[in-house]
Design a protein around this ligand. Structure first.
Ligand SMILES: [Zn+2]
Length: 194
């Protein structure tokens, strides 16, 4: 219970832990997850609301197994084969976890003091390589904004911890380079000094 908090955006205690405002609703229901009641705003919600796994039906142990695969470099097909999940299930969980991690990272990776930074870019592609894109296809023909073709991962790392402080995905453009420098500067207070 110590890690839980009210998720009602209109509540005075939203997001605050250990305020003593939450209790477990007893009586009706009996679903898989506990229903919590907030005494401050008097709303009730599933203990999973606001988490990456809210409204998922996959077994938690299988979700954990799926989540562990990307760091081993396993793709969707291999993950599905190893965990027994469907390819759609793997994709859905990866999307959920990725989007949730993005929000959490955005909230928490701030006010850093960094001694040494490393900015880099990695080249992957989406759909096809840029040279194979069809200039007559609207999805392919935009070298600056198109979704297909070359898509670079621009990363800014804290060298000591190897944490990815900033990430910008997109074409290799001046605009994206400026974006990652600005994002890194905002999270590190301008450290290390230039
Ligand atoms: Zn509340």
């Amino acid at each position: 219970m110590a890690q839980l908090c009210c998720v009602n955006a209109d509540c005075a205690d939203v997001g605050k832990q250990n305020k003593g405002n939450l209790s477990v609703r007893t009586g009706k229901g009996g679903g898989r997850w506990r229903v919590l009641r907030c005494s401050t705003c008097r709303t009730e919600f599933s203990e999973r609301k606001g988490t990456a796994l809210f409204n998922t039906t996959m077994e938690p142990s299988r979700i954990e197994a799926v989540a562990a695969c990307p760091k081993e470099g396993r793709g969707i097909r291999k993950t599905a084969r190893l965990t027994g999940a469907s390819k759609c299930g793997v994709t859905a969980i990866a999307m959920r976890l990725g989007l949730h991690a993005k929000v959490v990272r955005d909230q928490r990776v701030r006010d850093l003091s960094i001694k040494e930074a490393q900015l880099d870019e990695k080249w992957p592609f989406v759909g096809c390589k840029q040279k194979n894109c069809d200039p007559l296809d609207p999805a392919d023909d935009a070298p600056i904004t198109g979704d297909r073709g070359d898509q670079w991962d621009h990363t800014a790392l804290d060298v000591d911890s190897r944490m990815v402080v900033s990430l910008v995905v997109g074409k290799l453009t001046q605009d994206n380079l400026e974006k990652i420098v600005a994002d890194f500067a905002a999270r590190s207070g301008g450290s290390p000094p230039s």
